[in-house]
Design a protein around this ligand. Structure first.
Ligand code: CU
Length: 387
């Protein structure tokens, strides 16, 4: 493999967007979430796990204090001799089962969302003032087909933003579970209006609810689009190799930046070549390793997936905001385990395309996009370690 290493200087153009998420000194809370799924994970931790563990800890502490005070040898010199109490035993078996169920049900949902890559897709049709029926091809795998109203979302865009429509009030649907789902309107959408139909099984809570300005405007779930690209991340002792198979399979090494190349806040987290992704798009990450087990983890996206030699693991994320997000290898992999950080730079779509073309230029490929101002982000190795 051609080794490409670089200095940070070329990436300066993108530094301007710098909202970042990283560890902070003394921090105890989780890093700010940058995806709807990460917000759901944080909600699960902050409003289900933390209250339950707090109540249990205080309850057990109170029991202990009660036993110590009330039943010590001095205040209770004549202990009673019973050893069973059926009612108490049923309660202390039953209540933990209920608590575990309360924890398990939402955690299964989260695990499923993290595990299954979204497959949602979107059909946009222009209205002509006459057509009332719009077809959504239901060409998913049988187990993932659009079969219920919650698998479909419909919006109208008249040029001033998307207006989410209500099932039955605004439109009707024919053919749930069939090869074609037909969305019907009472009044035909006017010329210039665009009908947007989103379908799929993968949904997530709307980020930043209730003030979200997303496809679904209220406190609701939105269908998550299928990935627009795949990034391959290969862990090695001690750094990451990335490639972008959808864009000509250019690849680069990503190694920890030196102290001089980092800021005091990002030292040990910064890398010489960051992963660059477009904002708001679903990104599939496939990961493996070339020597021992590593793990690709990015707290702001609630992503953590093992990179195992000889097998490919898959995960996904969709970033809500532009910025730079840091993570670290999260499977102890050797002496320099703590020196193989992960840095993801989330940029606008045009900036992403310019970056892709710059990487293709470095790999001596033709540009893919009509991007202006291509900056060559990778230069010759200026001291950053490639090993
Ligand atoms: Cu590692």
């Amino acid at each position: 493999m051609k080794k490409l290493t670089a200095t940070l200087s070329g990436l300066g153009v993108w530094l301007a967007t710098a909202a970042t998420a990283q560890m902070t000194p003394g921090g105890i809370a989780m890093q700010p979430a940058n995806s709807a799924l990460a917000e759901e994970v944080h909600f699960f931790h902050n409003w289900i796990l933390l209250p339950i563990i707090t109540v249990i800890s205080l309850f057990v502490l109170a029991l202990l204090i009660w036993v110590i005070v009330r039943y010590n040898a001095k205040s209770n010199p004549e202990p009673r001799k019973f050893s069973h109490n059926t009612l108490v035993e049923i309660i202390w078996t039953g209540v933990p089962i209920i608590i575990l169920l309360i924890i398990a049900l939402p955690s299964f949902e989260l695990l499923y969302k993290e595990d299954v890559t979204p497959d949602g897709k979107q059909v946009v049709v222009a209205g002509d003032g006459q057509t009332v029926d719009f077809v959504f091809p239901n060409d998913f795998a049988e187990s993932r087909m659009v079969k219920r109203r919650s698998h479909l979302q419909v919006a109208l865009d008249n040029g001033s933003g998307q207006q989410v429509l209500r099932y039955r009030d605004d439109y009707r649907v024919d053919g749930f579970g069939d090869a074609e789902v037909v969305v019907s309107f009472e009044t035909p959408p006017a010329p210039g209006e665009r009908v947007i139909i989103r379908g799929g099984r993968s949904s997530q809570n709307v980020s930043g609810c209730p003030n979200a300005k997303r496809f679904i405007d209220a406190c609701d779930k939105e269908i998550v689009m299928a990935p627009t690209m795949t990034i391959k991340a290969v862990g090695r002792q001690w750094g990451w190799n990335y490639s972008y198979p959808d864009f000509g399979d250019f690849e680069f090494l990503s190694d920890m930046a030196t102290e001089e190349e980092s800021t005091p806040e990002t030292y040990l987290l910064e890398v010489n070549n960051r992963v660059v992704v477009p904002v708001g798009e679903t990104i599939r990450i496939t990961t493996t390793a070339s020597d021992v087990i590593h793990a690709w983890a990015l707290p702001a996206f609630a992503v953590k997936v093992d990179a195992v030699p000889g097998r490919i693991n898959e995960t996904w994320f969709s970033a809500d905001r532009e910025g730079i997000y840091y993570g670290q290898c999260s499977e102890i992999c050797g002496v320099r385990h703590s020196y193989m950080p992960i840095a993801v730079e989330v940029v606008s779509r045009p900036a992403f395309e310019a970056w892709v073309d710059s990487q293709r230029a470095l790999a001596e490929m033709e540009p893919m996009f009509d991007s202006e101002n291509i900056k060559l982000a990778r230069s010759e190795n200026a001291g950053a370690s490639a090993e």
